[in-house]
Design a binder for this molecule. Structure first.
Ligand code: DLL
Length: 434
């Protein structure tokens, strides 16, 4: 297939596999020679760079984990000399020390190209104006979108997060056609545009949103409030450059990912073996040309699955499904393992409540209690709140096997976020959660 894209590669499966094998060999050698920590890990597993002769040999390599990054603070797994590092970014983690990732100029250029692919896949042109409403600075989000947008050639409006009045003013005055934000910020902005009656005064057509899980309901709510032509889920993480490890195309049937830049494996987090094609598991990433901090079988903790077959859009690049959540988001409640995404999935079934929810965990009299707070939709009367609460908590009991207290509140009353939403507030003592 030949494509007319400027940034998206046109590669056959054979070409892609050749790039992956070369990149894998290069990465293992580079990490082994450049980083004492990687050399130790590889030595301990009895693997030498020369042992990697075919792609399936990836399975002989040890995993890299977030612990490896933390142990090497402040410059974990760096595999080049200090003068080759031109920038650092840090993860948005809220607990412990942030993970710091170091970039060479080549790394920045690779990332710039990845992000330009995203704008191209969204069908933008140089005439588009892009309001970038995510954090700048240590977080990769703002800088990543900006790099890609400029490289692609659209007009960047680097407003950053926060200041809703300012956001609305720019949306009306500068007439951006595309918004880049977290899912939560997009929801908040859409609610604000609605409240102020500004929809007819703005020109937004497309939204590129990511950095946190969303539900189909949340997405539909944003799309319809802003009358968007398209919205695109964008994945990414600091460890793998930042935003833009892939992107949805105009067909919206999963996310194409850049298999010429990293290898994606999906493993069972318990057995650590690959899951059958199409099954959900943990995403494990091996980079193919990353210099500063190469990743060898990095366990992302993100849960997703690959999507088989070719995409109707014609692009040969493989796809994965949306990220459902993180394995470390799991709550242990009265001996039952629960993912917040399971609760969100159940709320999807009830059209009388919005997409927003919060899970509150408390410990009283030696027992754990879970309260789930959800918002009634604005077109629904509060008269049936009690009945609705019973229906939802019954459904949760049947599907997740836990008793919860369900509270329905007025629309817009849960805290909104301009970054990533915090869905779980756990007020139990830490020992009890183990
Ligand atoms: O969140 C990078 C990013 C910024 C991606 C803006 C997309 C848009 P970190 O702060 O390192 O980097 O967080 C990475 O966020 O491991 C996922 O758990 C989650 N995440 C990122 N994108 C998505 C998404 C940025 N589209 C962590 N859907 C990842 C669900 C996402 N979760």
């Amino acid at each position: 297939m030949s494509n007319n894209f400027r940034f998206l590669p046109d590669l056959s499966t054979d070409q892609l596999e050749a790039i992956q094998l070369d990149g894998l060999k290069w990465t293992v050698k580079h990490a082994y020679n450049g980083s004492p920590a990687y050399r130790d890990k590889l030595d301990q597993s009895g693997v030498e760079p020369g042992d990697i002769r075919e792609l399936s040999h990836i399975e002989s390599l040890p995993f890299t984990t977030v612990e490896d990054l933390r142990l090497g603070y402040p410059f974990p797994l760096v595999s080049v000399s200090q003068e080759q590092i031109v920038r650092i970014h840090a993860s948005s983690g809220t607990t412990g020390k942030r993970k710091i990732l170091a970039y060479t100029q080549n790394d920045i250029d690779t990332w710039k190209n990845m992000m330009a692919r995203c704008f191209e896949l969204a069908g933008l042109t140089r005439h588009d104006r892009v309001q970038i409403a995510v954090g700048y600075g240590l977080w990769t989000a703002g800088v990543g979108f900006q790099l890609g947008c400029e490289h692609f050639g659209a007009m960047a409006v680097p407003i950053g997060p926060g200041n809703l009045d300012f956001q609305l003013q720019f949306l009306t005055d500068l007439q951006p056609t595309c918004l880049c934000s977290t899912a939560s910020m997009a929801l908040l902005l859409s609610e604000q545009v609605n409240k102020m009656g500004l929809r007819d005064k703005i020109k937004l057509k497309k939204l590129i949103f990511g950095a946190e899980p969303h539900t189909p309901k949340m997405r539909k709510q944003i799309e319809s409030t802003l009358s968007l032509e398209h919205s695109f889920d964008i994945p990414g993480m600091t460890e793998v450059y930042g935003p833009g490890t892939g992107m949805e195309c105009l067909e919206h049937s999963g996310m194409h990912y850049w298999a010429d830049i990293f290898i994606l494996e999906i493993i069972d987090p318990v057995t650590l073996k690959p899951v059958p094609p199409g099954a959900t598991g943990e995403m494990v990433i091996t980079t193919l040309s990353k210099e500063g901090v190469p990743l060898i079988r990095y366990r992302t903790r993100d849960l997703s699955r690959t999507i088989d077959g070719s995409c109707p859009c014609g692009l040969e690049l493989p796809r994965h499904d949306r990220i459902l959540g993180r394995s470390d988001d799991m709550i242990i409640f009265r001996g039952v393992n629960i993912y917040p995404g399971q609760i969100a999935g159940i709320l999807e079934e009830f059209s009388d409540v919005s997409s927003e929810y919060q899970i509150l965990l408390k410990r009283e009299g030696g027992l754990d209690f879970m309260k789930i707070i959800v918002e009634r939709r604005d077109i629904v009367s509060s008269e049936n709140d009690q009945q609705l609460a019973v229906l939802i908590s019954d459904r949760i009991r049947k599907k997740v096997m836990v008793r919860t207290q369900l509270e329905i509140i007025d629309p817009g009353k849960l805290p909104r976020s301009m970054g990533k939403s915090k869905r779980v507030v756990d007020e139990r003592n830490p020992e009890h959660q183990a």
